[in-house]
Every structure is written in C-alpha cells, then in structure tokens.
Design a protein around this ligand. Structure first.
Ligand SMILES: O=c1ccn([C@@H]2O[C@H](COP(=O)(O)O)[C@@H](O)[C@H]2O)c(=O)[nH]1
Length: 516
C-alpha cells in the first residue's frame, strides 16, 4: 500500500477561492471537530485502504447541542425541497432524521437493515401511503451505495425518492452516482470545506489539509486508486476503521504474529505451519483422477502449506480418496482446502458439506463460500460442523470469496460487495478466518488467499487473470498464493512448486523486512 502523500505539490496557479462558509456552518464544523468526529492520522478503513482522515459522526449522539445544530443545518440544506416523510439511512443518520422530524414536524420512516423473519416481515417501518415523497437523510456520502440501499426498499413500497440530504460529501463521486439513479444530493458541507475551515481556525496544518485533499483526488469511486488498485471505500456511511494503527505496521507483521490475532483454530494453524515450512504456496490440484491427485499431493507436499482440491472434478472419487489425501497431508504437514465455493441457502449447504459422495467435512480442513446468499450460508455450514462427531470437522475453517480473479467478476465490480462480505466475516470470526481475494482487503486478523498466480502476468483466454507472486504478496499484501496450472502442468511439478514456494517466500520476507 502507498502511504498518503506527505504534502501536495506546490500549486502552479493561485488556488481557486474557497466557497464562503456561513458563521453557523463554521461553528458546526468546529463543534464536530471538538466532539471528536473528525480525526487525522493514518487509518486502515475496512476496505483495506489507508486514509489520512477518519470521520465518525456517531459521536454526535453524545452531544445533544451538536446534534440539534446538525439537524438545523440539514433542514437548511433542503429548504424549498418538497417532501412528505423523512427516512434516515441506518444507523448513524437515524438520530439525524429523528432530530429533523422533532424540529420540523415531518413524520419519519425507518428502514430495517434486515427484514423481520417473523410477523409482518417489513423492511420499512412507519405509516405511509404509496406515492408519498421521502427525503432520505444520510450522515456521510462517499460512493452513494448506502443511500441507494435505503432508496431501493422505499421505492419498492411505492414511495417516491428524488432527494437525499447529507451532512458531509466526501467528494469521491457519490453525488454523480446518485444523480445517475435520479436522486439529487444536498450536502451541508464538502470535505474540502471542512479542511479549509479547520486549517483557517488553526486546528490542522497545511500539510494535513494537502494530504486529505490528495487522498480525495486519488480515491474517486470507480477510478483505479494508486495504492495497488485497492478500491475507494464503497460504504457511504460513517467510516469504520479496522484499527487506528498505521497499516504499514500491520502489513509488516510476520505470519506468526498474525496467528495470535486469528480466532479460528485452523486459520492459526495455517499461519503457524506457513512459518514453519517457509511456504506461502497453495497448489490448486485441478487434475481429474484419483491417482493423479494423490501423486500430485505426494510430489508437491514438502513445498506447500495447502493443497486446494475440486473433489467434483475427480472422475473416480471414492470413499477412500478423502482419507488417502488426509494421510499425505498429515505426513507432509499441509492443509486440505476443498474449493467447493458453497453458494446456496443454509439448509442446502448443511447437506452439501457433510453428505453426498464427497463427505467434505470428513477430510477437508478448510472450505469456502460465496457471500451472495447472505449470512445464512455461514449458519448452515456452522450447523453442519456442530452436528458432526468428527473432531476434524469441528475445527473446520471457512473462507469467504470477497473478490475473484476472473475478468469482469461481479464480486469485484459491484459497489459494496467486498465490504459486505468483510462485514459477514467480522461477525463470525471463530469460523471465518479469511478471504479469497486479489490481495489484503481487511485487517491483520484475517488471512488472504489469492488465486490467479503465475510466473508472468497475463490471462488464460477464458477469463482467468494472472499476477506474479511478487505482486500478489509484495504489493497487494496477500498471504497465500494459489497456483494451479503453473505447477501441475509443469514437466516436473515438484521442482516447479519449489520455485513458486521460494518466490512467494522471498516476496513475504521482503514485505515484512520493509526493504521494498
Ligand atoms: O477467484 C477465483 C477463485 C478460485 N479460483 C481457483 O483457483 C485455481 C486457479 O488455477 P490456475 O490454473 O492457477 O488458473 C482454480 O482451481 C480455480 O478454480 C480462481 O482461479 N479464481
């Protein structure tokens, strides 16, 4: 990751005059700063991105006077905009909408983040009639994705939504994104205005202001950010840093140091055996017969931390295949990862992981799932694990697909998908220990495994996109390289696995020693 620049280059021409800020707005910015809503430093956001600023408008609930001023400013920003009802984007903007409703008398609606599973199963609470117009209230807009998550359910109920009012526009493309969906954004402040006021009032220095403005410019939604393609935060709401520590330090932690932070026992074991074997290589054993699979496992076993399987492509899989693999894995000290990519409802995946021809939970240490079906998929897999008598199955670890390596994949393209996946994992850390991703997407208490790795970058003509071990481990800060054809199609897979192990390990050592 690239640190935020220390200072912007000296402007060639005089900077355009800052927009005039009213005394009331200036006072509110200072009050928000005083309440701790705006912090400066180096923060790792949940998206993995480094930000020189951290905005937490949740703190306003502890400052009723500030909250009242926020509501006044929001109402002022939409003076003349007609609406029947208010609806805050959960959760930070809920008190903002409530305060506006109490002051101005407009009734409020509330959107549930999850539909009730019983009773009315409503997603929108409150009294309304089809055709009424709703003003959406938001605290902070980055990409506009959070606003649209509230606009969608309101429209589904037959309500009209044409306007959103936000306290702060981060100027990262949210306003345009909302406009393209027919929603006009009215923001009380832009982030540049906040920076101007704080600098003029002596709360921050010129360098801090320049670094924030440069961060905004380099992290426009939809644009490729300079920090190795890590996307701009997609969640429009108040930011959630993983930790206030500088990310640079985190990425330099060794696998052993990381093991202490991982909650799932298999995730910890993986990191420990990676360090012990000096291997961050997983081989994708995409061969098609049992004999080829066992032969490959035996050949590459000494070089790998993990063997990734697709049991359903083995033509002659039988009940002895899993135990035979497990015996080789034990002897060579690597983990078995069945890349089944579960993607169904909880009840179905429960059967898929423990039953059928492959009885995955009886021999695999690690499984993975798409987050598309929602948290139920994790519950279904957890239930299957809890009901088994096998000790091995009880320690099974789950990876979520936060991103994919294939060109045009929706996990990477859809705003908010990776972020939501991370949130699902955060809620189940005893079971979910990491992600399939193109690099580091969250904190150092998760493990990142990256497929699409070869000696030289390129593609396979069928959508697969390859990066080198140096790029994946060194630049994108992933932890494990997954190599398939690069190894098993080689004349000598054992020799090739050794070469990949050494390349992956060198990239890791360079990263943690900081000489890159
Ligand atoms: O996003 C993803 C997720 C999984 N894979 C799997 O990894 C290997 C890659 O094989 P190569 O021969 O090195 O291309 C394969 O088993 C995929 O199913 C992926 O490629 N991308």
């Amino acid at each position: 990751m690239v640190d935020a620049p220390a200072a912007a280059p000296a402007p060639a021409a005089p900077a355009p005059a800052a927009p005039t800020v009213s005394a009331a707005h200036r006072a509110l910015i200072l009050a928000l700063h005083g309440a701790g809503a705006v912090k400066f430093g180096s923060f790792t956001l949940k998206s993995g991105i480094q930000s020189p600023i951290y905005i937490d408008l949740r703190v306003t609930v502890s400052h009723p006077t500030v909250l009242r001023e926020v509501a006044t400013a929001l109402s002022g920003a939409v003076a003349g905009v007609p609406f029947d009802l208010l609806c805050g984007v959960p959760y930070t903007a809920l008190p903002f909408a409530t305060a506006m409703s109490l002051a101005g008398g407009a009734p409020m609606l509330m959107r549930r983040k999850e539909a009730k599973e019983y009773g009315t199963k409503k997603t929108i609470e409150g009294a309304f009639e089809k055709g009424q117009t709703v003003l959406v209230v938001e605290d902070l807009v980055t990409s506009g994705a959070s606003v649209l998550e509230t606009v969608g359910p309101l429209k589904k109920e037959g309500l009209e939504v044409h306007h959103v009012v936000a306290l702060l526009d981060r100027e990262q493309g949210g306003s345009d994104a909302l406009k393209s969906q027919g929603v006009d954004m009215h923001a009380v402040f832009t982030l540049s205005t906040v920076m101007d006021v704080l600098e003029k009032e002596g709360k921050i220095d010129e360098e801090t202001k320049a670094s924030v403005l440069s961060f905004i410019q380099s992290n426009q939604v939809g644009a490729t950010a300079p920090n190795n393609g890590v996307k701009a935060p997609e969640n429009g709401a108040t930011e959630k840093p993983l930790s206030p520590k500088p990310a640079e330090k985190e990425s330099k932690l060794t696998y052993l140091q990381r093991a202490e932070k991982v909650k799932n026992v298999t995730g910890r074991r993986l990191l420990e055996l990676m360090e012990a074997k000096k291997s961050n290589l997983a081989v994708a054993a995409d061969v098609t017969t049992k004999a080829q699979l066992l032969e490959l496992a035996e050949a590459v076993g000494p070089e790998i931390c993990m063997l990734k399987t697709h049991a359903d492509i083995i033509a002659d899989w039988d009940e002895g295949t899993g135990p035979a693999l497990a015996e080789i894995a034990k002897r060579h000290q690597f983990l078995l990862f069945e890349d089944r990519k579960f993607a169904d409802i909880g009840s179905t995946v429960h059967h898929q992981v423990s039953g059928g021809l492959h009885s995955i939970s009886k021999w695999a240490h690690v499984i993975n799932a798409h987050s598309m079906p929602g948290p139920g998929i994790i519950s279904g897999l957890k239930k299957a694990v809890a009901e088994t008598d096998s000790e091995m199955a009880k320690s099974l670890g789950l990876l979520l697909l936060a991103e994919m390596s294939s060109e045009g994949n929706l996990a990477t393209a859809l705003p908010g998908y990776t972020q939501k996946t991370i949130e699902m994992a955060e809620a189940e850390k005893e079971f979910v220990f990491g992600f399939i991703s193109t690099g580091r997407v969250a904190g150092d208490d998760f493990v990142y495994l990256t497929p699409g790795v070869k000696k030289s970058a390129g593609g396979d003509g069928l959508g697969q996109q390859y990066n080198t071990p140096e790029k994946v481990i060194g630049e994108k800060e992933s932890d494990v390289i997954i190599v398939g054809r690069g190894v098993y199609q080689a004349d000598n897979p054992a020799k090739e696995a050794k070469a990949y192990r050494e390349a992956g390990w060198r990239a890791y050592e360079t990263r943690v020693s900081g000489s890159q």
